[in-house]
Each structure stands twice: as structure tokens, then as C-alpha cells.
Design a protein around this ligand. Structure first.
Ligand code: KIV
Ligand code: ZN
Length: 502
């Protein structure tokens, strides 16, 4: 097993379930570990570090469950260099141990109150013990990036003589620099066993350092999904894979189109939100603001996209608002497979700008709904108001009665509310409740002019299930403006629903 320059075959040890679980505030159940492990296996990583066997009874149960799942990947667990940890790992039926010995004087003397000779002897003794019990051993130097390189090499050589199958170099506190990493791995990759690189991202260099190590001969990269891990996290799986695939043109064997779905799964299960600007898997990684980039994208997506979103299981998103021009709206519509005439496009652009002017973010559902409305403007709306009567005052409960035309049939309904607007909206919602279940999520009113006869503008956010749209009504009568906004919202949502039901 040699690195990029030699064979191009890189292995991945994913430690989302061990170092990733050390993310502050994260603790996984057996079922959660299982679901992540199955998906990592399907993605194509060679080794899954399922946990740390000495931690607890529950952790051992989880590791054992992952090991018994019959996955293709080698199932590994973390063990310190002592017999008890190896015994606990054996009880979990894993294939391998990630056997860790501190190698910097800082860790040996200050943390362990020990010395180099004692540590080396322990590494040898426990490696032999693990090998005698049938385990694959990856002997790991903790804090290797701050260790004396001669001592580290002697630990690795003694470990290989004791039977270690692989070695690992840990940049425990993320202090490596890419050029230094390259120099170190030029030396270490000549040892008699393949060596892994394990990086942390304290200075944002984990991916660069990992790639530098692979280029200089490291055989395996330790990674986590979404770069989760202690403090600033570990090397992110998706970043290293895409750098190798797209920038070094190396086939990693990883199913790249599953990277984003896996990122979402891990984020959900671990309860850790991915930063929007995170490379490859962040919300904004394939999102384009309206503007000049959109012209470029329309001509050729590679002008502003260094990789195709589909390659990592994603879709392009165009964010629309008041600055959006024809090109952005057209591109966004194309993403939904909607084609328009030039006149329809102009009308859609003007409605998008109108929403943007109100400070609204134009959602995908908004855009689809606007396009539907414009394209079917020849059609009669599904819900039309025929009559509205509202009674309000200081001695009565505000009550409204409506007569509406719903899919061509006249329907009568009444509703009460905390005020006349509320009563009118409740009556309308009751009238349509038999055919659709619409929520009113937000209601906002602005006076456009002054005085008691002010022109008012009403904005509502309405939804069916997770499909949300914003609609508007305006007029001198606040009740009628509200009803107009609600009816527009209902009509647009019903159109969307009809379209998605085919
Ligand atoms: O970062 C590190 O040093 C580790 C070891 C304990 C393996 O995760
Ligand atoms: Zn680590």
C-alpha cells in the first residue's frame, strides 16, 4: 500500500463513530451507530472505527452490533496500549484495533508520568498480545506531530517487529503544516508497514495535511463525515475524497453521489448542523446568488462550479430576490424543469422582485407557485370569493360568513375569531378544509399611506405540509386585503398540490 504518486489506491478509515462521537455534546445509541455504519459501508470506506471498547458497557454493545452486521468494511475499535483495552476489544468481536500510544515527550512525561523506554516496551507488549489474539493491529502514535522523529520511528519499527500490520501518525492538536507533513511522510512511508495519517483541524489544515501525507506515500486517511471530531474536528471525508477525485483525478472507489445524503444523515443523527459554507456538503456549496455569476452558469456551469452538484448527490440552488434578473429566474426555473414564454418569464421576474422588495427570501416553492400562477393565469382560480359579511363590535364575538366558489361549487361557511380579520380568515379556511389542509404560518400588515383610510398591504405565509409560499393582498380595507392575500395563497398552494399529484 503506497500513496498517490505510486499506485493511486487510497484507503479510508472512517472514525465518525469514534473521534466523530467525541464532538462535544454527541453520544450515539446502538441503532444510531448501526445506521451510520451501514451507510459508511455502502459508501465504500475500507475501515470503520466503531468506537472505544473500554468506554462503557453500552459502547461495547454498540461496537459488537456493528461488528456483527456482516459489513464489507473492516470493523475496528480504539484501544489504549494496555491489556484491558485489548480484552474489551476482543469482547466486541472486532477485526482490528487502533492501538494508541502517546509518543511526544509532552504526553509521555506530563500526561503519563512515564518515559520513552517504558512506552516503547508497552507498545511492543500490547501489539504482541493483540496479534496473539488474532486482531489486525494499527499501531498509532498519539501527538506524533510533536514527537521526536527518531523516537517515533523506533516505536514504529519495534511495533512492526512485534507484528503490527499498519501504523498511524496522529496530528492530535492539528499543528502540522502541509510541507512538513510531506517531508515526514517521505521518510515514514518507507517503513515496512503501510502508514495512515490522522489529522485534526485546529488551524483549518486537516484536509491539506492529509492530502500532503497521501501524496508523500501515506496509504490510508483517517476521516470523519462532515469533519466532525474533538474541538475543531477531524479531516473531512467528503473534502479529501473530492480533492482526490477532482483535483488529482484519482478514482477513490468511494460512491461520491452518496456523500451528501450521508452528510445529511450524520448531521441529523448527531444533531450537529453543518456550517452553510462548508465545502462540498454545506447548504451554500452549490447555491448561487442572483447576479453576474448566473450568466456564466447559463453559458456553462463550470464557470462558477468546480464540481457538478450531482457528482456528490446534490442539486444546484439559485437564490432569488429583488436583484434577480431574467437570467437568474430562468436558470432557477430550469432547475425545476419549467420552461416559459418570454412574456411569462417577464411576469414571473416582476413577481419575484415584488416579493424581494418586501425583504422576503423567495423560496423554491414560491418560485414554482408563481410560475404556476403565471402559466395558468388564463385558468379560473380554484377558490373565488362571492360574498363576505363580517360582524364585529365591543359586545359581540367577531364573526364572519363567507360564500365561496370552490372548484365550481358554491360553499357557505362561518367562523369566529379574535378580531374581524381572524374571523374572516377562519371562515375561509373552514370552507376549503374539506379539500385541502392549509396552514397560515405568518401574517403581516403594512400601512402604505397614512391616515385612517390608509392603503394597506397584507403578506401571508401559508403552507401545505412542508411546502411554503408567500402571498400578498392590498387595498384600503384591511379585511378585504387580508382575504385577498389568503385566497391567493390558497389558490397557489392548491395549484402546486395538483401539479405534484400529477
Ligand atoms: O487525535 C488523536 O491523537 C487520536 C488518537 C487518540 C488516536 O484520535
Ligand atoms: Zn483524533
Amino acid at each position: 500500500m503506497r500513496g498517490i504518486a505510486l499506485s493511486g489506491k487510497i484507503r479510508f478509515l472512517d472514525t465518525t463513530l469514534r473521534d466523530g462521537e467525541q464532538t462535544p455534546g454527541v453520544s450515539l445509541t446502538t441503532d444510531q451507530k448501526l445506521v451510520i455504519a451501514r451507510n459508511l459501508d455502502a459508501l465504500g470506506v475500507q475501515v470503520i472505527e466503531a468506537g472505544s471498547s473500554i468506554t462503557s458497557e453500552g459502547e461495547r454493545k454498540s461496537i459488537k452490533a456493528v461488528a456483527s452486521e456482516g459489513l464489507k468494511a473492516e470493523i475496528c475499535c480504539f484501544a489504549r496500549a494496555n491489556q484491558a483495552d485489548v480484552d474489551a476489544s476482543l469482547a466486541c468481536d472486532v477485526d482490528s484495533v487502533h492501538l494508541v500510544v502517546p509518543v511526544s515527550d509532552l504526553h509521555i512525561e506530563r500526561k503519563l508520568k512515564s518515559n520513552r523506554q517504558a512506552i516503547l516496551a508497552k507498545a511492543v507488549q500490547v501489539t504482541e498480545y493483540a496479534k496473539d489474539h488474532g486482531l489486525i493491529v494499527e499501531l498509532s502514535g498519539e501527538d506524533a506531530s510533536r514527537a521526536d522523529l527518531d523516537f517515533l520511528t523506533s516505536v514504529y519499527n519495534a511495533g512492526i517487529d512485534a507484528g503490527a500490520d499498519r501504523l498511524c501518525f496522529c496530528d492530535t492538536v492539528g499543528v502540522l503544516l502541509p510541507e512538513k507533513t510531506g517531508e515526514i511522510f517521505e521518510v515514514l512511508s518507507r517503513l515496512r508497514a503501510p502508514i495512515s495519517i490522522h489529522c485534526h483541524d485546529d488551524f483549518g489544515l486537516a484536509t491539506s495535511n492529509t492530502v500532503a501525507a497521501l501524496k508523500a506515500g501515506a496509504a490510508q486517511a483517517h476521516v470523519t463525515v462532515n469533519g466532525l471530531g474533538e474541538r475543531a474536528g477531524n479531516t473531512s471525508l467528503e473534502e479529501v475524497v473530492m480533492v482526490l477525485e477532482n483535483l488529482y483525478h484519482i478514482k477513490t472507489g468511494i460512491k461520491c453521489e452518496d456523500l451528501y445524503p450521508l452528510s445529511r444523515l450524520v448531521s441529523r443523527v448527531m444533531g450537529i448542523t453543518v456550517a452553510p459554507n462548508k465545502a462540498v456538503v454545506g447548504e451554500n456549496a452549490f447555491t448561487h446568488e442572483a447576479g453576474i455569476h448566473v450568466h456564466g452558469l447559463l453559458a456553462d456551469t463550470s464557470t462558477y462550479e468546480p464540481m457538478h452538484p450531482e457528482q456528490v448527490g446534490r442539486k444546484r440552488r439559485i437564490v432569488l430576490g429583488k436583484q434577480s434578473g431574467k437570467a437568474s429566474v430562468e436558470l432557477a426555473l430550469k432547475e425545476f424543469g419549467v420552461n416559459t414564454t418570454p412574456e411569462q418569464l417577464l411576469e414571473i421576474v416582476s413577481r419575484v422582485k415584488e416579493l424581494g422588495d418586501k425583504g422576503k427570501r423567495v423560496t423554491d416553492a414560491d418560485l414554482q407557485a408563481i410560475a404556476d400562477m403565471v402559466q395558468s393565469s388564463q385558468k379560473e382560480p380554484k377558490v373565488k370569493l362571492h360574498e363576505l359579511t363580517v360582524v364585529s363590535g365591543n359586545t359581540v364575538i367577531p364573526t364572519a360568513s363567507v360564500k365561496i366558489l370552490l372548484n365550481g361549487d358554491e360553499t357557505l361557511e362561518a367562523g369566529t375569531g379574535v378580531g374581524p380579520v381572524d374571523a374572516a380568515i377562519n371562515a375561509i379556511r373552514k370552507a376549503v378544509s374539506g379539500v385541502t389542509d392549509i396552514r397560515l404560518d405568518e401574517y403581516h400588515v403594512d400601512a402604505i399611506t397614512g391616515g385612517t383610510n390608509a392603503l394597506v398591504e397584507v403578506w401571508v405565509t401559508m403552507a401545505i405540509a412542508d411546502r411554503k409560499i408567500t402571498a400578498r393582498g392590498a387595498g384600503a380595507d384591511i379585511i378585504m386585503a387580508s382575504v385577498e392575500a389568503v385566497l391567493e395563497g390558497i389558490n397557489r398552494l392548491m395549484l402546486l398540490e395538483e401539479r405534484s399529484n400529477g
